[in-house]
Every structure is written in C-alpha cells, then in structure tokens.
Design a protein around this ligand. Structure first.
Ligand code: PLP
Length: 374
C-alpha cells in the first residue's frame, strides 16, 4: 500500500532518531493480540537478529527483550547479575555509566563507584588496579559510548581485564549498537544492551539485552532485587513461552522488524561509514562557523559532538534551538557536567547533506540573533 510522505525532521539529538517512512508505516498493521503464534514468530526471529547484529553465536548468547526505554536494560542488568556477597565495579566516566551506580544505590547493592575523568576514555590500568584490590568484584559495568560527552571507552581492553580477574563484563551499548560494529566474543563482552529508537532507527518502547546464556541461567540463584525487571524471569518466559512476560510494545516491534530489514540492507560497514560521514559534516560546519568543541577528536565515538556555547552575550540556546526546530532541525542541550554546551549527534536515517542543510539554518540563526563567533 502507498502511504503519503511524512514531514521529515532531522533529529540531531541523541535519540530517538530520524526514521524512514517505511519504518513509521510498518506500525500500521491489523490489530493483533501479542499472545498469538504469528506474533511469537516475529519475536523469535527478532531476538535472533538482535544477537546476530553483535556477531553473537546463538548457541552462546540470547536476547532478552523488555518494554521500556533504554534505562530498563541498565536496571535489569545491574539488579539481576550480582551474586550474593559480591560487588559490582562501575566505571564511571559520565552521566550514563553513573546511572549504573545509581541503580546499585537504589537497590542497596554492594558496589564500587569508580569515578574517572569524564573527558577521557576509561583508563584500563585503573580498572585493573581496582580489580586487583578487591577479590569480591563479580561484575564490571561500563558504558561503551558516553552519549553525554561523546567519549568512546576501550571495551575490548576493559573486557579482557575483567575476564582476567574472573568478573563478568556488562556494557551499556545503547548509543553504539547497530551503528559502530560490535562483536561479543572479540570485544570480550558478556552483556550488551540497546534500545530500538537509537542505532536501529526504530520507534521508542522496545529495549533489549544481549547476554551470555550460561550467566543468565546461573543468575536464577542470585538474589532478586526487582520483579518487573528481573533478567532471568524475562529470559525464562521468552524461552519457554516465546513471549515477553508482560504486554510487549506491539507496534514498536513491527517497526523494529522493518528497521532490522533496513539495517541488513544497508550493511554494518556501510552504516558505520555513513555515521562517520555525518560526524565529519558536523565538524565541517562547526569549523566553518567558528564553534569550539570540548572533547579531543581522538577520544570521540564519532557519534556525538559536544559544542561549547559561543562567548557572546547574545547567545541563548533556547532561541537558537527554537529557530532551528521551526525549520525541521532538532539540537540538544549538553551533559558535560556543568560546562555550558550543546550536542549534535550523528544518529538516525540522515546523511552528510542533511547536516550541511542544518548549518545553513544555524548560520541564519546566528545572524538573526546577532551572535558573533571567532
Ligand atoms: C539513550 C541512552 C540510554 C537510555 O536512555 P532512555 O532515556 O532510558 O532511553 C542509556 N544509555 C545510553 C548510553 C544512552 O545513550
């Protein structure tokens, strides 16, 4: 069926991302009860695809799906994977890894909140020092790409150290999954997580953990700290009944099925090349207009750029945001602790020329509000 084109907005915020119309319209399906066989087949295939995207062997890894935003994964992994009497080591170099520590606090779990500089990647030597100093650490938790700053962490090296000390490695890959190539075995990962509205460029409401099945099975005996977000409970339900325990986000799952089709069609390498092209276009525009950025380029994921507010009293983020928003471009406030910044992100179904178009609008906005850059 032919549907009318939907107004296209270019989202430069860190997700939800710009989607294709085919993904939007994939939600328009005849009403269906998600307990039907037909729907279970979709879920099964989707779970396998989600594992394959991170090159996971289906004999070793499984996907556990949740209804919720990306944080539901952080909640589930943190509360479900810590054995009795053990500790979690949280590598905290930004707002998203900090969230792992916050979940530990909310569940009163024994943990080490290892605070590290937020403008640099995690120092693997610091991780090893912490692991050496405490034999009780059973889980190392990190964020792959700190979406707040754009800093990329060396997960492969951290994972190797975690495994050397017998700890499981849990990584928040919400802002890299299906954008940057990830390989469960090569990158020394036991658990990764993501959300449909980010790298996969689908709708909000579906999140998933890809994890080591053996560890999930073992976690059956771990202390339970949550009901709705217990990883083992959800896993065993999916395994036995082929369904999520509670109502799934039906329409988002249809959209995500289409998004996965489009992911395979574009290809891992091609997609990552496109995201990097967007990032380069962002820098081209920033350099041309004279904006300054915060994080050294070599520390970046190439998916998020933190931009310093210009040193001009006329600068007002809200006014600039509104000017761009009215013209179809969304920019986003920063998260580099208290530094006044805003963010431009390279997610979604966009490409370099969309970013060039954005900078034309940004340049106009600067003129309209009489903002001068160096
Ligand atoms: C987006 C994101 C999340 C999830 O945030 P929600 O608002 O719950 O969707 C988690 N971690 C990272 C790194 C993210 O970028």
């Amino acid at each position: 069926m032919e549907y009318p084109k939907v107004k296209r907005n270019v989202l430069l915020n860190p997700g939800p991302a710009t989607t294709t119309d085919t993904v939007k319209y994939a939600q328009v399906v005849p009403d269906i009860c998600p307990r039907e066989k037909e729907f279970q087949m979709i879920m099964k295939e989707m779970g396998e695809d989600l594992v394959k995207i991170v090159h996971g062997d289906l004999k070793k890894y499984t996907a556990v799906l949740f209804c919720g935003s990306g944080t539901v994964n952080i909640d589930a992994c943190v509360n479900s994977l810590l054995p009795e009497g053990k500790k979690m080591l949280v590598l905290n170099n930004g707002a998203y890894s900090e969230r792992g520590a916050e979940v530990c606090e909310y569940y009163h779990m024994d943990h080490i909140n290892l605070k590290l500089p937020i403008t640099e990647p995690v120092d693997v030597a610091e991780v090893e020092k912490a692991l050496k100093a405490d034999q009780d650490i059973a889980v190392v938790y990190a964020c792959h790409h700190e979406t707040g700053t754009g800093v990329l962490n060396p997960i492969r090296e951290i994972g190797a150290v975690a495994h050397k000390y017998g700890a499981a490695f849990v990584v928040d890959t919400t802002s890299t999954y299906a954008m940057m190539p990830i390989d469960m075995d090569k990158d020394n990962l036991d658990f990764v997580m993501a959300s449909a509205q980010k790298g996969l460029m689908s709708m909000t409401g579906l999140s998933y953990v890809i994890g080591n099945t053996e560890i999930i099975e073992a976690s059956k005996k771990y202390p339970t700290r949550s009901y709705y977000t217990n990883l083992y409970m959800q896993y065993s339900f999916i395994k036995e009944k082929g369904e999520m325990h509670f109502t799934p986000p039906v329409q988002t799952i249809y959209a995500t099925r289409q998004a996965i089709k489009e992911y395979w069609a574009e290809g891992e390498t091609e997609k990552w090349a496109r995201h990097q092209r967007i990032w380069e276009a962002i820098y081209r525009g920033l350099d041309r207009l004279g904006f300054e950025t915060i994080i050294p380029r070599e520390n970046q994921s190439k998916l998020v750029v933190s931009v310093k507010y210009p040193d001009d009293p006329n600068w007002d983020f809200t006014k600039i945001h509104d000017y761009c928003y009215e013209r179809g471009f969304t920019i986003y406030p920063g998260k580099v602790s208290k530094l006044p910044t805003f963010r431009l992100c390279a997610l979604g179904a966009i490409d370099g020329p969309d970013v060039d178009d954005f900078f034309v609008v940004m340049e106009e906005a600067l003129k309209v509000y009489d903002i001068k850059l160096k």
